[in-house]
Design a protein around this ligand. Structure first.
Ligand code: ARG
Length: 300
């Protein structure tokens, strides 16, 4: 094969950092493989918008709880139809945001780092989620010293933890997480209040691939993301604003808000199978697919 026109040779000024697989035409790429996951979800039985701790929340507008319940149940059923296991934690009254299970903890290799919420309105959720794990015999549970909002700000990419800060999780928590899990943590700084958790601006698609909205991060973080993930799917503001990044990938299927049409097309072009989900009622509290989903990684 004549490779003289191949831009991937590193002899010139242009260096092509993309992975080999992504340089193949779509038809020659290996098929995407889903792996069975275990999730924890919390039904929005007590869901409401009664306070405002992010720019999406308008207490004066409220929310339709029965609609939220129906949309949430659809997401849960979809996971099950795809072969995943969904466990449910009982919702607590007076904790209207408890539906956002992603914030309840971070679970890697069966080790559970509890959450410690920034705002008093959600403080009681931390112990409630941690108790669920201890009652179920998770041995290594850790009550956190520093503020961290679970998988809202901690996302596992391969064996590396991508960690958000800027609005909720404290930088000191990143060190705490690194020590507790024994995995490298890459700190990423969020700067746009509309994207206050990492999972509102970045989604892990596979062990080595992510999608993100560059506009949510500071310049230093954008440079870090470019060098770690030169292949990343980049979302535009129109996808970010409908919470398109607040998605869940099982390696093949990517469940994301149905309004994120352009992003779904980019994912399909990469060989993923995007599945649109309507969680518009939950968006009134500033959450969508990923926020409602905590991954339980028992081992690796
Ligand atoms: N109202 C909640 C809050 O502001 C929404 C949490 C969304 N969760 C997430 N993982 N991004 O805390």
């Amino acid at each position: 094969m004549n490779t003289s026109t191949n831009t991937s040779t590193n002899t010139g000024t242009h260096r092509d950092n993309r992975t080999l697989a992504s340089r193949l035409p779509a038809s020659r790429r290996p098929p995407r493989v889903a792996t069975a996951r275990r999730f924890l979800m919390c039904p929005p039985t007590h869901f409401d918008v009664t306070y405002s701790i992010n720019p999406w929340m308008r207490p004066e507008a409220g929310a339709d709880r029965s609609r939220a319940l129906a949309q949430w149940a659809r997401l849960r059923d979809l996971y099950r139809e795809l072969g995943h296991t969904v466990e449910e934690i009982p919702p607590a009254p007076r904790l209207p945001d408890m539906v956002f299970a992603a914030n309840g903890a971070t679970v890697i290799d069966g080790r559970v780092l509890g959450a410690r919420f920034r705002h008093p309105e959600r403080a009681a959720e931390g112990p409630a989620y941690l108790a669920w794990f201890t009652e179920r015999g998770y041995g290594a549970t850790h009550a956190p010293r520093f503020v961290n909002e679970g998988e809202g700000d901690y996302l596992l990419a391969g064996r590396m933890i991508l960690a958000g800060t800027g609005f909720r999780t404290e930088p000191r928590s990143h060190e705490e997480a690194e020590e507790f899990f024994g995995l490298p943590v890459v700190s990423l700084t969020l700067v746009n209040p509309a994207y206050y958790h990492l999972d509102t601006a970045l989604c892990v698609l596979s062990e080595t691939e992510i999608m993100y909205y560059p506009g949510a991060f500071d310049a230093g973080t954008r440079a870090v993301l470019e060098s770690l993930f030169p292949d990343a799917v980049l979302a535009g503001p129109e996808d970010a604003v409908v919470f398109g990044l607040n998605a869940l990938s099982d390696g093949r299927h990517v469940l994301l808000p149905s309004a994120a049409g352009r992003l779904a097309a980019s994912l399909a072009a990469r060989g993923f199978e995007p599945i649109g989900v309507d969680l518009s009622e939950l968006l009134k509290a500033g959450g969508s697919v990923k926020c409602c989903t905590l991954e339980l990684r028992r081992d690796h």
